[in-house]
Write a protein of this length. Structure first.
Length: 182
């Protein structure tokens, strides 16, 4: 969470954002990230010491956003993908998440070798009382299969697709940046 917050601040004036949630195996991260992704720019402040006006409220980004997901995204990663899809805070791209949202904690089975097993004790359902992502995962808005052969050659088909989609969305957002009045 510290790394996300530290790195997010330097990206706020970018025209678009790609957040890579692939291989995220969970944790209590979704709420803070979702809050930041959903903030809407209400004003800009111009400071003579900075070349670019700063959007407000703090940590608000006004451009299109994309969240990359894959089959290893699980638990808190599943939950963030679910909430982003539900709120429309960003475009989900990649492959369906793992669907392993069951939370573990509070019940640990110790092993003789010093390890332990976390027992799932929490399940997640939607407001209608149905299992939402549990066991099935979250489908992306735009499906982009991960090609291991392309990755071997230093490529990333999902990232490349996200860049293309965001470039198109940026054209739609062009000119929306505020300039300081004379």
């Amino acid at each position: 969470m510290r790394e996300f917050t530290r790195q997010f601040g330097t990206e706020l004036n970018k025209w678009a954002l790609i957040i890579d949630l692939r291989w995220n195996q969970g944790g209590h991260i979704p709420y803070h990230i979702l809050d930041l992704l959903r903030r809407e720019v209400a004003f800009y402040s111009s400071d003579m010491r900075r070349p670019v006006p700063q959007a407000g409220p703090a940590y608000a980004h006004h451009g299109p956003k994309c969240l990359l997901i894959n089959g290893v995204t699980q638990s808190g990663g599943d939950l963030l993908a679910y909430m982003v899809k539900k709120t429309g805070a960003a475009t989900l791209m990649g492959t369906r998440t793992n669907g392993a949202m069951a939370g573990a904690g509070g019940l640990y089975i110790p092993f003789v070798d010093g390890g332990n097993s976390f027992v799932p004790t929490v399940g997640f359902h939607d407001a209608n009382g149905k299992w939402a992502a549990e066991g099935v995962g979250v489908s992306p808005d735009i499906e982009v299969p991960d090609d291991p052969a392309a990755r071997f050659d230093q490529g990333d088909p999902q990232l490349d697709a996200a860049i293309r989609v965001l470039l198109d969305q940026m054209r739609e957002h062009s000119g929306r940046r505020s300039k300081a009045p004379f």
